[in-house]
Design a protein around this ligand. Structure first.
Ligand SMILES: O=C(O)C(=O)Cc1ccccc1
Length: 429
């Protein structure tokens, strides 16, 4: 995996003077910092993309399974037109003048059979980047963040693009600066990352994949610093909570401070030469920012794993020949036992649920239930996020969702995507 910013927008500045503020949401820029620590890390220490203002897209107007199906149909149509144009090219190549069309270029040379372009398979039918062949994957954080590792696991030869906020990673995809965004959504120790679920709703990106990444935390400090010198530990809030017990066991009952990402914490310690502060981050972050590993594997549970989802502008075509998962979000409609009815729609079809999560419904916080005799009862309104093990190409899933729609006031399919089936092994990530 490469860790570079798009070359058109790279600017070299010193770590202390660089400004990477975006003036308008439509003018995302990337700046690359020549590393103070070592020349080899220069690529890896790109300053993240940043944004001035969050978008205010209202996804509720867009929600609904019918709309999502329409989306699928329109992307199928686009992809079908790609296939047709490929067929037309092939037909051209079989024409009387024997001109072969290879990757859009015509050639009068005879091409050996093994060099002919391979036919498209269903796996090719995900939108390809328009500029060159390297997939650009936006993640929140700086080089050495776990999200960067997740991007590399999902797309081994990708170009990872650091962003200073998740909002920016989303916008980078929406504005075609990146092809995918990677987003941590839940952790085996810390539970769901709620803010990121809210982001999924506020944007129109589709989940096109997932990866589960074993997370191995290290306690990092400047060379020569010992545990006894520390009076502060900084990291991403999830990392701090995943290491809480171990930190206490190590005698580190010092102040904890939350920062945006683990590798950013390591970079901060190094850049500011902080001899009283340690960071919780990966071994790779230690290497990149010239820090020592004071303690290795400090997560409270060795089976610490984080689930990330991959987001794209277009959905992928769902398949039934490999295990697929589908993620949906819905809101209650009027009536009783709505959640029971919704979950039964899956249970009766033997569709396994892998996740259910409720979040307060921000746009409609309260539901009034009138009763003339007693008064007006008020309930909180919730959005429910459900993941189930079936593809949207599976008729069981289609029927279940048609039924779910009857009981819900809002339903959106966030994506139907291949399940991460890699064997589980705690790693040294
Ligand atoms: O901060 C990071 O490195 C992230 O990618 C977020 C995160 C934090 C802790 C565990 C997994 C992911």
């Amino acid at each position: 995996m490469q860790c570079v910013a798009p070359s058109s927008s790279i600017g070299f500045k010193s770590l202390h003077t660089v400004s990477h503020r975006i003036v308008q949401p439509t003018q995302l820029t990337v700046q690359c910092v020549a590393s103070r620590y070592d020349a080899g890390a220069a690529n890896a220490t790109n300053l993240p993309l940043s944004a001035a203002a969050p978008t205010t897209t209202n996804n509720f107007a867009y929600g609904g399974v019918v709309k999502s199906r329409t989306d699928w149909q329109s992307s199928c149509a686009i992809l079908a037109s790609k296939v047709v144009s490929q067929q037309q090219n092939t037909e051209k190549s079989n024409g009387a003048d024997n001109i072969t069309v290879v990757n859009g270029h015509t050639s009068l040379d005879l091409v050996p059979i093994d060099k002919l372009p391979k036919p498209l398979t269903i796996a090719d039918l995900s939108p390809a980047p328009l500029h060159g062949s390297t997939l650009r994957v936006a993640y929140q954080g700086v080089a050495g963040a776990y999200s960067e590792a997740a991007a590399g696991k999902a797309y081994p030869n990708c170009e990872a693009i650091p962003c200073d906020q998740f909002e920016v990673a989303f916008q980078a995809v929406e504005l075609w600066i990146a092809d995918r965004a990677v987003l941590p959504v839940e952790n085996s120790l810390g539970g769901s990352i709620h803010r990121n679920y809210d982001l999924l709703l506020r944007h129109r990106l589709h989940i096109v994949g997932e990866v589960q990444l074993p997370v191995h935390h290290c306690l990092l400090a400047l060379p020569g610093v010992r545990k006894e010198y520390l009076n502060r530990v900084i990291s991403h809030p999830q990392a701090l909570s995943q290491c809480e017990l171990t930190l206490t066991k190590l005698g580190l009952t010092v102040t904890r401070e939350a920062v945006d990402d683990t590798a950013g914490a390591a970079e901060f310690v190094a850049a500011n030469n902080l001899r009283d502060t340690a960071a919780i981050a990966s071994a790779r972050a230690a290497e990149l920012y010239g820090l020592n590993i004071l303690a290795d594997g400090i997560q409270d549970d060795s089976s610490n794993v984080t689930r990330f989802v991959m987001l794209a502008r277009e959905p992928i075509i769902p398949r039934v020949d490999i295990p697929f998962k589908t993620s949906i979000v819905f809101a209650h409609d009027k009536g009783t036992s709505v959640l029971f009815k919704v979950l039964s729609a899956f249970a009766f079809r033997n569709i396994n649920l892998t996740k259910i999560e409720s979040r307060p419904h921000r746009n409609r916080p309260i539901r009034l239930v009138g009763d003339e005799n007693v008064g007006t009862a008020k309930h909180f309104e919730y959005l429910f996020y459900v993941d189930f093990e079936a593809s949207m190409a599976d008729v069981r899933a289609q029927n279940a969702l048609a039924e779910v729609q009857e009981f819900t006031s809002f339903l959106r399919v966030l994506g139907s995507y291949p399940m991460d089936m890699t064997p589980w092994s705690p790693s040294s990530q």
